[in-house]
Design a protein around this ligand. Structure first.
Ligand code: ADP
Ligand code: MG
Length: 660
């Protein structure tokens, strides 16, 4: 009866995780009210209507207004995923795809990988039930190789389009075409069925007509039209609108409080030093509120993290309530979510971020921004055929985005670590990446998608002719292209299937022919991560001695193989000793951490490399490449290296000059 029912309930609520349950209930309530207070919530119905009536829509909205997390949910609830179709949202950055997917899964109250998931290179958290899928722009390009009409998707949202990554630019060109083909296939369909909606389709389209089509007109297949949404944080929607034949653009009003901008009086000598001083100045003198610092990469972030800790110990106990949280793209994903957690009570949080935090992820609680004014960017010299990462001044647009992060929840302050007159000298906006990167990878993918005429491709912004020709030349030298510039069979096609730099792909394909793919897989994995060896300045000699144990007279690549195999050997031995129980996983990790520390190996990089190794191994197995080891006969392996990395060859000048 009702009585026993009541007792049952009572018993259950006495269960030890009662408090966790009510915690999570409170959390859900909090999330719900946070969502309702986002600027985008008040225009929900209007947005859904806009998407229904326009096949291409450009949405411009201030960072943090809720575009990335909310719009896909609105569309899902409005029925855009009928017939098992999915909404795909592309992000230029892996971190954004992962953290946003986790957040949205939580908002929907579902397990990550079910209704809401993400997919990035080397990490796929989706299933057949995934309907809201966050992914990198590069990954969607890869999907297009297997599914040229992107038939699984009813809506594609290209997010953070203002970043103008090379993948975004190429994707926009591709999507323009796919959409054109898909709505044409539908038009014929509609023609016979429903005159009214045909008229509508024609009216709205009118955009893709002038673009040259490389996709065959759907082979007579019928596709539901593809909705294309382009989202950007930059106020200038014009470039996108023009590219899509005058497509409709809507603006979402944000909420921005006043931000005081403070400049350095004089140019600073060392911006890291100035950053450190400013962090403590804020910490000791300013009202409560978290600090966001923009740095250029992992190394700077880790070095500032160390310096802050060092300084803290010199302060009186009462002033030590400052915690640092890093965020950058190669940070393991379980640590990336830490930036969203509040600091312990009474503590001030300092977030040390790359330009990920500029527009891609919005972190709550920020009141102070420190902007040294630099960013790491790709740069390509088509004459030398060399690509490198360089540190350059931000653009004005980036500086404005960065300072804006201080005024999301209330008035804030932004400390620009350069003099005011320097600001005037900055470029207005960042040059699209396609104008300053190596195009080999992109060209390989376009060729695989059937785009033969690269120079004639409808790019939003054309890369320089010189850069295209240099990259075609590289691909030709690597054997990926035939004399008449088509993808070669099988090498070119195989290379296009691997999500790697064409040089690495070539090395793997060659190695499988010369019986050393095992070694090459390890090499490519180890080369894909940040430095494996860890050499702290204060223990230089010890670190060098440790590194000698692994060093190979046959070169750095085999040295890396030695490190990898040493770890494999140790784990194998432990498996023999202790078996293969699940409970050992944690212990093994602890053991590995200790071993790495003793041997001056960067544990994080090594773990990352092991991860990548298993992923690439999966790819080459799928392609049917033969995996075997050359054992001690490393000559074959070195030949394969030379035959694929020859573009990086240099000639050493005579003895002692260390010049190439
Ligand atoms: P936009 O895409 O317009 O910049 P988002 O949809 O990314 O905005 O963010 C909307 C809100 O969701 C912001 O207030 C942000 O702080 C919050 N948010 C996003 N991701 C997370 C997360 N992982 N944890 C907590 N809050 C989050
Ligand atoms: Mg966003």
């Amino acid at each position: 009866g009702p009585r026993s029912n009541l007792q049952n309930q009572k018993k259950q609520s006495n269960f030890p995780n009662k408090s966790r349950n009510s915690d999570s209930l409170a959390r859900r309530e909090r999330i719900k009210s946070q969502r309702l207070s986002l600027p985008i919530a008040s225009v929900k119905e209007r947005l859904i209507e806009e998407v229904k009536t326009h096949d291409i829509l450009i949405i411009v909205g201030e960072t943090g207004s809720g575009k990335t997390t909310q719009l896909p949910q609105f569309l899902f609830n409005a029925g855009f995923c009928r017939d098992g179709k999915a909404i795909g949202i592309t992000q230029p950055r892996r971190v954004a795809a992962v953290t946003v997917a986790k957040r949205v899964a939580e908002e929907c109250g579902v397990e990550l990988g079910q209704k809401v998931g993400y997919s990035i290179r080397f990490d796929d958290k989706t299933s057949s039930s995934t309907r809201i899928k966050y992914m990198t722009d590069g990954l969607l390009l890869r999907e297009a190789l297997l599914d040229p009409y992107l038939s699984r998707y009813s809506v594609i949202i290209v997010d953070e389009a203002h970043e103008r990554t090379v993948h975004t630019d190429v994707l926009l060109g591709l999507l323009k075409n796919v959409q054109n083909v898909r709505s044409n296939s539908m038009k014929d369909h509609v023609n016979t069925d429903d005159k009214k909606s045909k008229n509508r389709t024609v009216q709205e389209k009118g955009t893709g007509a002038q673009c040259t089509s490389f996709l065959k007109q759907g082979h007579g297949r019928k596709f539901p039209p593809l909705k294309l949404i382009i989202m950007s944080a930059s106020l200038d929607a014009r470039v996108f609108s023009e590219y899509f034949g005058g497509a409709r653009a809507v603006h979402i009003e944000g909420r921005q409080h006043h931000v005081d901008i403070l400049y350095a009086l004089h140019p600073v000598q060392d911006y890291l030093d100035a950053t450190l001083v400013t962090i403590f100045q804020i910490h000791l003198e300013e009202a409560p509120g978290d600090i966001l610092v923009f740095l250029t990469g992992q190394e700077e972030i880790e070095s500032i993290e160390g310096l802050v800790q060092e300084q803290l110990h010199k302060l009186p106990e009462a002033n030590r309530k400052l915690s640092t949280v890093p965020i950058f793209s190669s940070l393991p994903s379980e640590q990336q979510m830490r930036v969203f957690m509040p600091a312990s009570p009474g503590h001030r949080k300092v977030i040390l971020a790359t330009n990920i935090a500029e527009t891609s992820v919005t972190i709550p609680g920020i009141k102070y921004v420190i902007d040294p004014g630099f960013v790491k960017a790709r740069s390509y010299d088509p004459v030398k055929g060399m690509e490198s990462l360089i540190i350059i001044p931000t653009s004005k647009a980036q500086a404005l985005q960065r300072s804006g992060r201080a005024g999301r929840e209330g008035p804030g302050k932004c400390f620009r670590l350069y003099p005011e007159h320097e600001f005037e000298k900055l470029e207005d906006s960042t040059k699209p990446e396609i104008k300053r990167c190596n195009l080999s990878n992109v060209i390989l993918q376009l060729k695989a998608l059937g785009v033969d005429d690269i120079i004639g491709f409808d790019f939003m912004e054309k890369p320089s002719r010189a850069a295209i020709i240099k990259s075609l030349e590289h691909l030709f030298l690597l054997g990926a292209l035939t004399d008449d510039c088509k993808l070669s069979e099988p090498v070119g096609h195989q290379m296009a299937r691997l999500p790697l730099d064409p040089i690495y792909s070539k090395a793997l394909i060659l190695a499988s022919q010369f019986n050393c793919l095992e070694e090459m897989l390890i090499t490519v994995a180890m080369l894909s991560v940040e430095s494996i060896f860890y050499t702290p300045r204060e223990k230089l000699d010890e670190a060098r001695t440790a590194a000698k144990c692994f060093s190979s007279p046959d070169g750095d690549h085999l040295t890396l193989v030695n490190v990898y195999r040493a770890v494999d050997g140790l784990l194998e031995k432990r498996k023999m000793e202790f078996g293969n129980e699940k409970s050992l996983k944690g212990k093994n990790e602890k053991f590995l951490r200790k071993w790495c520390k003793e041997n001056f190996i960067n544990g994080r990089s090594l773990r990352h490399a092991r991860d990548i190794h298993s992923q690439i191994r999966g790819h080459v197995e799928q392609m049917g490449l033969r995996i075997s080891s050359c054992g001690d006969d490393v000559l074959q392996f070195r030949r394969c290296l030379a035959a694929s990395f020859f573009l990086n060859a240099a000639l050493k000048q005579p003895e002692g000059t260390y010049r190439y």
